[in-house]
Design a protein around this ligand. Structure first.
Ligand code: GLU
Length: 307
């Protein structure tokens, strides 16, 4: 299949859509990103890469980082992890306090903020300190992406902390229920730092390839996580990867994927490829407007989806 021709076609068709949606503004440092930008990259099993648009331009991966931390925590804790975090879609906004209250401080899944913060907390407990935890996360993403100099953006992380009352509240609420082990402020800061990792679509697509190949990077041959655990990660991406529009995303796109409020989406086609797309303007659910449409066009034009 001529993937480059398909991406070029999508690029043309998507142009009028770049004016629609709205860049995230609740994190001031993200509100400054220019709206009309688009990039898409497909990476195949043998490392062949197809890209269109600003595929070298870095953006804040935000919630997509939750897939990396979930992978690390699942590898360490296995099924024990589910005592602290569930795997059901929340059907509520990603930062809801109400649901966490009536469900006794156990977040619905690892991709809503409370769940991801609990996962970061579990990593801090395992690695014993914040610095080491961040280093492990960064090195993991560096290795997966093939870019050893990958970093996070302290300006974005600080900006998140400045307006971080709700996320701090989620952590405090979990602590009040006994579902939090470390210092709240430092742990939430570690969470903000991994959310502020900057990557481009080429790096992100490369970094998700192991999830398309049963946990094993087909290029290096390295197994990052077992096949059964990869199944779980992809299942949670499919059911919970797009906030409370996860059902709609599965319906239109038909792939396990995770989005972030920086406008990125990373998706996997099991056994075939990984895809990353970026366009900063979001739809009303907080998912990239043009990115979601581009993925829908891709699965429709190529016929690759899990269904
Ligand atoms: N760091 C962001 C927050 O905690 C993540 C949001 C997202 O991408 O969903 O609000």
């Amino acid at each position: 299949m001529d993937y480059q021709a398909i991406l070029d076609e999508i690029y043309e068709e998507i142009q009028p859509e770049l004016k629609r949606g709205k860049v995230a503004d609740y994190i001031p440092a993200l509100a400054e990103v220019a709206q009309e930008q688009f990039a898409m990259t497909v990476t195949l099993e043998d490392g062949t890469v197809y890209s269109v648009g600003d595929a070298k331009k870095k953006f804040s991966i935000q919630s997509i980082s939750k897939v990396f931390t979930f992978t690390l925590a699942l590898d360490i804790y296995s099924t024990e992890l589910y005592k602290r975090v569930g795997v059901e879609p929340s059907g509520n906004p990603f930062n809801s306090l109400v649901q966490l209250e009536y469900e006794n401080g156990i977040p619905r899944n690892p991709f809503i903020n409370a769940g991801a913060i609990a996962i970061t907390d579990s990593l801090v407990s395992h690695y014993k300190d914040h610095y080491k935890t961040l280093e492990v996360i960064m090195n993991f993403v560096r290795e997966l992406s093939g870019n050893p100099s990958l970093s996070f953006d302290p300006e974005v992380a600080n900006s998140e902390m400045e307006y971080g009352d709700r996320n701090l509240s989620l952590a405090h609420l979990m602590k009040s229920f006994g579902n939090f082990e470390n210092d709240v402020t430092n742990t939430v800061m570690t969470y903000f730092k991994h959310c502020s990792i900057t990557m481009n679509t080429e790096e992100l697509s490369r970094a998700f390839l192991f999830l398309a190949f049963a946990g094993k990077d087909p290029i290096s041959g390295r197994e990052f996580i077992t096949c059964p655990k990869t199944k779980r990660i992809n299942a949670v991406m499919l059911t919970c990867g797009h906030y409370d529009a996860s059902g709609e995303f599965a319906f239109h796109v038909g792939l396990p994927a995770k989005s972030g409020v920086g406008g990125g989406i990373a998706a996997v086609v099991p056994g075939k490829m990984s895809i990353a797309v970026w366009s900063p303007a979001l739809n009303r659910y907080g998912n990239s407007h043009a990115g979601t449409l581009a993925l829908e066009k891709f699965t429709t034009k190529t016929g690759v989806s899990i269904f």
